[in-house]
Design a protein around this ligand. Structure first.
Ligand SMILES: Nc1ncnc2c1ncn2[C@@H]1O[C@H](COP(=O)(O)OP(=O)(O)OP(=O)(O)O)[C@@H](O)[C@H]1O
Length: 276
């Protein structure tokens, strides 16, 4: 990994996130979500507009309960859209699909199955025409990428939380999605394991260059991983409040990011947003 990033000072650049359509992977237009409740309709999201570019890594931050998971689950096709639309490469989504992989906070593996069998569940569905050997190779390749080459045949129930999330990462990449959606994937892990998995995630992402959208509550994680940090306003009727471009070169190391003059500027910008 490149240990240095050019320490050139830049001004904080925020943008309105609008790009030529040829560059856009994900397009959220006038997105609205209403949850019916006993007390009446609760409008969680309204007029939410966001474009995410091909090969971009975007992190999403916002106050607890503002609607981050709601937005991500709508992109995944797991939560009905109340208004507006979401498109992937210009096509409106109508439900879940193999073009979008999801990594949740808890990987929800089948506990009685091995790491390999868990990864194969998705691979078998998405690549039904591949031979058994080819599918095995794909699953093993990604398990090895997340450092589980010695645990192919370990049951999920025998794995630590960190190892289970490694399987979750392998499972998501193995279906070769166009977009990877991550909902606080490291939220339950200790800081050392969290750092290790951030490095693994970014290493595979650097190689595969798929579009990634990740919710996090951790401002440092948001900066370290992202090309842009998207800030959501507090609900109800939450929308995109601000977008911060993170202009650090890649590949990045934690040390080089922390030592960059702009790091604290970025951090302050995000914390100011969250505190107001
Ligand atoms: N199925 C549902 N029915 C009614 N209200 C819901 C439902 N799911 C979520 N909500 C409400 O919608 C709001 C947004 O929830 P959501 O989980 O999307 O927020 P979040 O920003 O991801 O929160 P957190 O950061 O705590 O994970 C919350 O007030 C939540 O209580």
């Amino acid at each position: 990994m490149n240990a240095t990033i050019e320490n050139k000072k830049t001004d904080i650049i925020t943008d309105n996130g609008l790009f030529p359509s040829s560059q856009v992977m994900l397009d959220l237009k006038n997105l609205k979500k209403v949850y019916p409740t006993p007390k009446g309709d609760y409008v969680v999201l309204e007029n939410l507009n966001l474009q995410i570019k091909k090969e971009e890594f975007v992190t999403i931050i916002g106050h607890s309960g503002c609607g981050k998971t709601t937005m991500l689950s709508m992109i995944a096709g797991l939560n009905e859209i109340s208004g507006g639309n979401i498109s992937v490469l210009g096509k409106h989504i109508k439900g879940p699909g193999p073009d979008r992989g999801v990594i949740f906070q808890s990987p929800s593996l089948m506990p009685w199955m091995t790491s390999l069998q868990n990864v194969l569940l998705g691979v078998n569905q998405v690549f039904p025409d591949a031979t058994k050997w080819q599918r095995n190779d794909i699953a093993k390749y990604y398990l090895q990428k997340v450092g589980l080459e010695d645990a192919f045949n370990k049951k999920a129930s025998e794995l630590s939380q960190g190892m289970q999330q490694r399987v979750g990462i392998a499972r998501a990449f193995a279906i070769k999605p166009k977009v990877l959606l991550l909902d606080e994937p490291f939220g339950m892990l200790d800081s050392l394991t969290r750092g290790e998995l951030q490095d693994i995630l970014i290493e595979i992402w650097n190689k595969e260059k798929i579009t990634a959208v990740m919710i996090t509550h951790d401002v440092d994680e948001a900066i370290f991983l992202a090309d842009r940090v998207v800030m959501m306003t507090s609900g109800p009727r939450a929308k995109i409040g601000d977008i911060l471009n993170i202009d650090f070169e890649r590949p990045r190391t934690r040390k080089s990011v922390l030592e960059h003059d702009d790091y604290y500027k970025y951090r302050k910008h995000l914390i100011d947003f969250l505190e107001h």
